[in-house]
Write a protein of this length. Structure first.
Length: 168
């Protein structure tokens, strides 16, 4: 496995992974994502901005993706973060069903964190739907600490917010 920036040529595979992920999320009563978000245009923008990372196998086939940028819900401002507004936030983390339990997601996050540290930042933030137990466990296992929960007006469920200190 290796991690690289996603490319436009990866979009069909990325959208297949997202389709699988949305189906599973919805089956678990988690409607954070649906057929309208995240969409192809969101990923095209991530690729153009150089913020979408892909974990790939030896044949350079995408097995998972995650974006790291400065976007966050304005509701983040209501929480007591150790990090600041100018710290990166992980978004749109998804792994191909065939690579689940392979360590691909952890490998991807670890490599994104290394890139963020190279860019001079020492904190990473993220959030996940309060019903997404798998993501909550994953982020806690990766060393992310629960900061609080937010309610996003356009979405039904609350979101749990996490952060991790990457530097000493």
């Amino acid at each position: 496995m290796k991690v690289r920036l996603a490319k436009t040529e990866d979009l069909d595979k990325i959208m297949r992974i997202i389709g699988e992920t949305v189906k599973e999320m919805n089956e678990n009563d988690n409607f954070q994502w649906d057929e309208t978000y995240p969409n192809r245009e969101v990923f095209i923008n991530d690729i153009k901005e150089g913020t979408l990372y892909a974990v790939v196998n030896d044949e350079d086939e995408v097995s998972g993706i995650g974006a790291a940028n400065f976007e966050s819900f304005e509701e983040y401002d209501n929480l007591e973060w150790k990090s600041g507004k100018d710290d990166y936030v992980i978004h749109r983390l998804a792994v191909d069903n065939a690579y689940r339990s392979s360590g691909a997601a952890a490998f991807l996050i670890e490599n994104i964190e290394k890139e963020i540290v190279k860019k001079g930042k020492c904190f990473m933030r993220t959030d996940t739907n309060s019903k997404n137990i798998k993501a909550q466990r994953f982020f806690e296992k990766m060393g992310y600490k629960f900061v609080g929960e937010i309610k996003v007006p356009r979405l039904k469920d609350t979101f749990f917010c996490y952060e991790k200190r990457l530097c000493d």
